[in-house]
Structures are given as C-alpha cells and as structure tokens.
Design a protein. Structure first.
Length: 293
C-alpha cells in the first residue's frame, strides 16, 4: 500500500509565482495574436492611408504614415468618376449572390443524403466528393469556354457563374454539420408523414445556419476576388466584377495616380469587410462546430 507524501514547501510553487506564470503566458499569447493581427491588417491600413494622400506624398524619401495634406476627397471623387466602380460592385453582388444561391440549393440536399440517407455506394460517393476538392477550376476551363462560346453565352452573368454552381467544399462542410443532427428528430418527422424534401428544408436546414453562414463568407470572398475566370469570358466592361473592373480602372489611370487607385480598391473592398462584420459570429460558430464534429 503506497503512501503519498506532500511535497515540501520549497518544491511547491508559491501562489504568487503561479499567478505570475499565468500572467506571463497571457501576455505572450496576446502579444503573438496582436502581432499577427497587425501583420494582417497593415496592408489594409496602408491602402486606406495611401487613398487619402496627394500624389506627391505617395512616394517620398522619408517614411510618413499619415499624410501632411489630406487629399481623400479628391482621390475618392476621381475614383468614382473615372470608372463605374459602383457598377463593378453591383456586378460583384449579382455574381456572388447568384453563385451562392445555386450552390446552397445543390449542396444542401447532397450533404443531407451523404449524412443521413443509407444507400449502396454512399461512402464511395463521399470519397469522390473529397477527390473533387483537388480539381482546380483551371482543369475544366477550356471545355467550359468552348461550350459557352458555341452556345453564344460569353459576356453574360451566366458564363461567370456556371463553373461554380456545384461546390464540393459546400457539400463537405454541410455534410459534417448534418452528421451531428439527431436521427430521432428525422425519424419522428417521417412517422408524421413528412417527405425527405420537407425534412431537409423545413427541419434540418434551419438548424444549419452557422455552417451556411461560414460557407457563405468563404464563397463570397472567393468569387468577389476571382479574376481568372471573368478575365476569360468577359470583355464588356459593363459586366466586369470588381477585380476585372480594377484592371480597367488601372488601365485608365496608366498606373500613375496611386492615391485614386487605392481609393478605388478601398471602395471595392468595403462590401467584403461589411459582410464579414455582419456574419462574423455565425462564421466562427459554423467553423467551430463543423470542425469539432
């Protein structure tokens, strides 16, 4: 029978030393997080500061973060009048909204079937879904372009949206969330006479708003910033999304007025920041819940 003896007082850390260690750990942790936040936010701060500088202060021999002369009104006014930035932003809203709506309409039933329905080949189908994550958009770009050209659908919103209507990542993310939904509720709904369609859209989907919000942020950011595919299928400036519109604006600027150029970038970046601020709580909750499960 073993007997445990208390540690001598010299071997036990004092309460003051333990509190000091915890405080030091918190300081180091928060210091590391603050340094990472500064590193990530610095390009945005530099963009905003440059957008209010006059042209002669953008490139100077001495470093100065804050401008000596405020030039924001002139830069933003010129950016809004030299190119249809609001039209570019509207195109981005139409593009991202259309893609997201179809992605959810397709991904939610697929994810529910992979998570809650039992049928032959379900696991193999899920493996194929995971393999689909490894296929970049550049692989089917050429046949898609040829097909759209033959159908006369180039220079349309549909041409920019169609390659992204099926999101493998959305199926995977929502499937992980639906796996945790109680089976007893689904069985009770079936006993009450509800169809699988009603179960998906009236019972399961309302509980998945955190995962839907998380995926929505990913989808909107990805397609708002996408330049590769619109550059291929769009030549009409009236249909240009924000990245392609910035190219047209840079061409008009001939790359000299960097204050107006960063002002245009700030205008086109603002909708993304606002969207994330509204959905940040659901985004974090959705990522946490789907990741844990």
């Amino acid at each position: 029978m073993s007997t445990q003896f208390p540690l001598p007082s010299a071997a036990r850390p004092s309460p003051g030393l333990a509190r000091a260690r915890r405080a030091l750990g918190l300081v180091l942790t928060h210091g590391f997080l603050l340094a990472g936040a500064v590193f990530i936010l610095m390009p945005f701060v530099w963009m905003l500061v440059t957008s209010i500088k006059p042209p002669d202060e953008v490139f100077t021999a001495t470093f100065s973060l804050w401008p000596k002369r405020f030039y924001g009104v002139e830069n933003y006014s010129y950016a809004l009048t030299a190119a249809p930035l609001l039209r570019f932003a509207l195109n981005g809203v139409i593009l991202c909204g259309g893609i997201l709506a179809v992605q959810l309409l397709v991904a939610i039933p697929c994810a529910y079937a992979l998570a809650k329905l039992r049928f032959p080949g379900r696991d193999l189908l899920f493996v194929l879904v995971l393999l689909g994550l490894a296929i970049p958009v550049q692989v089917p770009a050429l046949p898609l372009y040829i097909g759209l050209a033959n159908l006369g659908l180039l220079d349309t919103y549909f041409a920019m949206m169609v390659p992204f209507f099926l999101s493998v990542f959305a199926i995977f993310l929502l499937r992980q969330f639906f796996k945790s939904f109680p089976d007893d509720i689904i069985h009770a709904a079936r006993l009450d006479g509800m169809s699988e369609f009603e179960i998906v859209w009236r019972i399961v989907t309302p509980s998945a708003w955190p995962a839907i919000a998380a995926f929505s942020v990913f989808s909107i950011v990805a397609h708002w910033n996408d330049l590769y595919w619109p550059l291929i299928v769009i030549t009409d400036a009236a249909l240009a999304p924000p990245p392609l519109g910035m190219m047209f604006f840079a061409n008009a600027e001939t790359g000299s007025n960097y204050g107006a150029l960063t002002a245009a970038a700030a205008i086109l970046t603002a909708p993304l920041v606002i969207t994330f601020l509204f959905a940040r709580r659901q985004f974090i909750q959705g990522i946490t819940m789907t990741g844990v499960k």
